[in-house]
Design a protein around this ligand. Structure first.
Ligand code: NAD
Ligand code: IPM
Ligand code: MN
Length: 357
């Protein structure tokens, strides 16, 4: 029987609550689809600061780089907000993405049919079906550029720099084009090339790589227009590729189409098959410890792990199907609750998915 080594980074806030449910689901999937999982735990984020003084201990990175895949809850919270920038929980997250070489972040925004009422968009705007794959560059751009503080004309100032190299854009472009090829053959590249030099380089490289993918219909949008189009007519998008910060912002926006940010999974990938899987949402300090967080984004992230890192396609499809069934049966955590549905807590939602697997 195949065995997979998975590192769990439970993190902060609702992180531990949602990871527990996702692990229950992975264990059930393993039982049914005949593989085994060995877990190891490591510290990342605020909890790592509390226990070791730094958000990304060396041991964590070593464990993650030796695992088959990593499952992360979320990091951050008010407790660590006064930490210096390079020692915040979020710096640990950026560090692990860079340290594992995970430059491609896949964030699928799709709507499960029973959740149409939970979406703030009207039915005719959502259309028959909605399935957008947001591809976010994850280890470059303004998140990783030169930054600092200095005096400018006698007054204190701060700066962050957006920079992309040609190879960085090429590799994320290929990830996006390859995905488009497996889906609807449409790719929209989002930039701010009317203003930013780094975006003009981005667009040049995308256009050059596009010559290798003539079967994919390529379009370009400025990021402000894209933000608007996502709400006006989300059905026009198949695969979207964009920079680190634009992708961060647009994927939170896209998540609401699906009813709640608590529904949106993600996969962070590099050149090999090892990946890091996490919901796109944060540690939700406002609801942490209440047992009401939606675990489905994390559970769907496990499905992505099975698909992209472990090559267990049947188990991945089974988890997606189990989530759809539970939603069909009318069960909802508070964030996706609408009148006439059944409100359940985090643990019950996790158990329902297990029972439907
Ligand atoms: P957030 O995503 O944590 O929360 C935004 C809103 O969405 C909150 O009202 C929250 O209750 C709700 N929400 C989020 N996930 C939910 C879920 N699973 N079920 C139900 N409701 C959910 O964003 P924020 O409040 O801006 O950030 C809080 C902390 O999380 C910050 O420290 C931030 O840096 C961090 N953060 C971490 C990650 C990550 O670890 N990947 C991502 C985003 C934010
Ligand atoms: C996300 C988060 C992170 C990001 C933060 C916490 C560093 O918002 O995963 O979307 O901006 O990438
Ligand atoms: Mn984000």
């Amino acid at each position: 029987m195949k065995n997979y080594n998975i590192v769990l980074l439970r993190g902060d806030g609702i992180g531990p609550e949602i990871v527990t449910e996702a692990v229950k689901v992975l264990n059930r999937a393993a039982e049914k689809h005949q593989f085994t999982v060995t877990y190891d735990e490591a510290l990342l984020g605020g909890i790592a600061i509390d226990e070791t003084g730094v958000p990304l201990p060396e041991e964590t990175l070593q464990k993650c780089n030796a695992a088959d895949a990593v499952l992360l809850g979320a990091v951050g919270g008010p407790k660590w907000e006064s930490q210096p920038g390079n020692n915040r929980p979020e710096a640990g997250l950026l560090g692990i993405r860079a340290g594992m070489g995970l430059y491609a972040n896949l964030r699928p925004a799709r709507i499960f049919k029973p959740l149409r009422d939970a979406s703030p968009l009207k039915g005719d705007i959502i259309g028959e079906e909605l399935d957008i794959m947001m591809v976010r560059e994850l280890t470059g751009g303004i998140y990783f550029g030169d930054r600092g503080r200095k005096m400018v004309k006698g007054v204190p100032a701060a700066f962050d720099t957006e920079m992309y190299t040609v190879p960085e854009v090429e590799r994320i472009a290929r990830v996006a084009f390859n995905l488009a090829r497996k889906r609807g053959h449409k790719l929209c590249s989002v930039d701010k090339a009317n203003v930013l030099e780094s975006s003009r380089l981005w667009r040049e490289v995308i256009l050059r790589v596009a010559k290798e993918y003539e079967d994919v219909e390529l379009s370009h949008l400025y990021v402000d227009n894209c933000a608007m189009q996502l709400v006006r007519n989300p059905g026009q998008f198949d695969v979207v590729v964009t920079s680190n910060m634009f992708g961060d912002i647009l994927s939170d926006e896209a998540s609401m189409i699906s009813g709640s940010i608590g529904m949106l999974a993600s996969a962070s990938l590099g050149d090999g098959t090892r990946g890091l899987y996490e919901p796109i949402h944060g540690s939700a300090p406002d609801i942490a410890g209440q047992g009401i967080a939606n675990p489905l984004a994390t559970i769907l992230s496990v499905a992505m792990m099975l698909r992209f890192s472990l090559d267990e396609m049947e188990a991945a499809d089974a988890i997606d199907a189990a989530v759809a069934k539970v939603l069909d049966q009318g069960y909802r955590t508070p964030d996706i609750y609408t009148e006439g549905t059944k409100k359940v807590d985090t643990v019950t939602m996790g158990q329902l998915v297990v029972d439907n697997l």
